[in-house]
Design a protein around this ligand. Structure first.
Ligand SMILES: Nc1nc2c(ncn2[C@@H]2O[C@H](COP(=O)(O)OP(=O)(O)OP(=O)(O)O)[C@@H](O)[C@H]2O)c(=O)[nH]1
Ligand SMILES: [Mg+2]
Length: 478
């Protein structure tokens, strides 16, 4: 009898556990009781802090009056939330406990950048609305599944729609413009000495991919900070460091095919293997079947870095979003092909600017994501945009200055020892034209977390996470 290799290697016990897990998941799905939330964002957009604060607000904030606009809470129907056993045995647990500890210790710190995949499942218990429901069941439970991952890996998704020839051409085109042009020189010079038709040798492959990786890392590093960088595992290899899968780079091929055993052909082969074994697998296992999505965007960082970077960030977001399935969801489609039917774009870290700037921040984000919003709305998806803050680390202080009332931000900028009062500047409501975007036009600072251990009310302060929860989950908690 033919058995898939992954089944052959399982013991009876594991098979039973897997089967039970699948039946359980199917049951929750059928009862519309399982929600897979896609938390999408480029690196450092604020995913880990958002997930941490979201969990914290559900576990604690709801009871402490921290979610006034989350209807299920406002209506007194929220009974509580709990972290429960996660669905997959082979994925690291999202370390909520560690992240909260890092944030609330004295001095408080932000958790480090993520370097692998992790997941968490929350059970949310509530009293359903409506007479019929209330008589049948005193309470209902919804399971919320969330995964966290390094933002760099997201940029691999667009590779699925390209072959090696197309991808190489795209990279070379991008490298004709600054800041990539200068940073790519050592790699491009090495490539100039190679012929794609020559025999492939491991030493050459390794050196070419090392120089290409150095180029990607230089593009990512401050102060350059580009986003559209692929393949993602070259930046955060996880357990694939030095694997042949990560030992290739774009090369100038004149045609889409090359002689077997040649440098060009081996590079193309490795690129395809990378797509199959890393990207497709990751996509199928973890990036499909979402019901709801929040896209976190660090708009302020984009503004700080200038027009080229802003475009780079927008391009990255657009090409990532093309890889998700959007559409109105019915019970049948939920079972066989779940689709995202609610999509929220959120400008993160809005506490970096004074409260009177938040509406402009939201308007600017709306402009940035106009195309994906139109596309999703066309398919019947409910779409929203908001300016949020997962963990508020500043205060807005209004002061008279030369006869005008101005809003300032009070907080401890990153790397500083004491609080400072800053006039953060104004956020444009439209994307500024490149010619009016002089250097240093925007300089929004980043802040250290500011969680006062003496606060009687010991929940993390946030901005609009209750509205986020209501939009993303509210209709499932009725
Ligand atoms: N002030 C403020 N800063 C925030 C907030 N959320 C995130 N940050 C800042 O943004 C940084 C990145 O946040 P993370 O949540 O680690 O970002 P990420 O998207 O998980 O990043 P990767 O793991 O690299 O993909 C943090 O270290 C903080 O400096 C917020 O709500 N307020
Ligand atoms: Mg992270």
């Amino acid at each position: 009898m033919w058995l898939a290799p992954e089944i052959k290697n399982m013991t009876l016990g594991t098979l039973v556990t897997e089967a039970r897990k699948n039946v359980e998941n199917l049951l929750y799905l059928a009862m519309d009781r399982r929600i897979r939330l896609a938390v999408t964002g480029l690196n450092q957009a604020g995913k880990t802090i958002f997930i941490t604060s979201l969990i914290h607000q559900l576990l604690l904030g709801a009871r402490l009056g921290g979610l006034p606009f989350f209807q299920v809470v406002a209506e007194g129907r929220f009974q509580g939330a709990k972290i429960v056993l996660q669905p997959n045995m082979d994925i690291a647990a999202f370390r909520y406990d560690q992240f909260i500890q890092t944030l609330t210790q004295n001095p408080s710190q932000w958790p480090r950048a993520t370097d692998g995949l992790s997941e968490i499942r929350l059970a949310i218990r509530f009293r359903p609305t409506g007479l019929l429901h209330s008589r049948l069941r005193a309470s209902s439970t919804v399971y919320l599944d969330i995964i966290d991952y390094p933002g760099e890996w997201l940029l691999d998704l667009p590779l699925l729609g390209q072959n090696f020839f197309q991808w190489s051409n795209e990279v070379f085109t991008l490298c004709t413009m600054e800041p990539r042009l200068a940073l790519a020189q050592p790699w491009l010079e090495y490539l100039a000495g190679l012929d794609p038709k020559q025999n492939a040798e491991e030493g050459i492959l390794r050196q070419a991919s090392r120089l290409f990786t150095d180029f990607l890392l230089a593009c990512k590093a401050q102060p350059v900070g580009l986003s559209y960088l692929q393949p993602g595992r070259f930046l955060i290899p996880g357990d694939l460091r030095d694997a042949p899968l990560l030992t290739f780079c774009p090369i100038r091929l004149n045609t889409e095919s090359a002689r077997p055993g040649s440098l060009g052909q081996v590079m193309a082969e490795r690129f395809e293997s990378y797509k199959d074994l890393v990207v497709r697998r990751f996509y199928q296992q973890h990036f499909s079947n979402f019901d709801r999505q929040i896209v976190l965007v660090d708009v302020l960082k984009g503004l700080n870095r200038g027009p080229n970077h802003f475009d780079d960030m927008s391009r990255s977001l657009k090409s990532i979003l093309k890889n998700f399935d959007y559409g109105r969801s019915s019970l049948v489609s939920r079972l066989f092909q779940p689709r995202i039917d609610r999509l929220l774009f959120a400008a993160t870290k809005s506490d970096h600017v004074a409260a009177n700037q938040h509406s402009n921040l939201e308007r600017l984000l709306k402009r940035m994501v106009m195309d994906p919003v139109n596309e999703a709305s066309f398919y019947g998806v409910a779409v929203e945009t908001m300016a949020i803050s997962s963990v508020v680390s500043t205060e807005t202080v209004v002061k008279e200055h030369e006869g005008r009332r101005l809003s300032f931000v009070l907080g401890r900028p990153k790397g500083r020892q004491e609080d400072v009062l800053l006039f953060g500047g104004e956020i444009p409501e439209k994307i500024p034209k490149a010619e009016t975007w002089q250097s240093e036009r925007f300089n929004f600072l980043e802040f250290e977390p500011r969680i006062r251990p003496d606060l009687a009310d010991d929940r993390l302060p946030h901005l609009r996470l209750d509205l986020v929860l209501d939009f993303l989950l509210g209709d499932k908690l009725t």
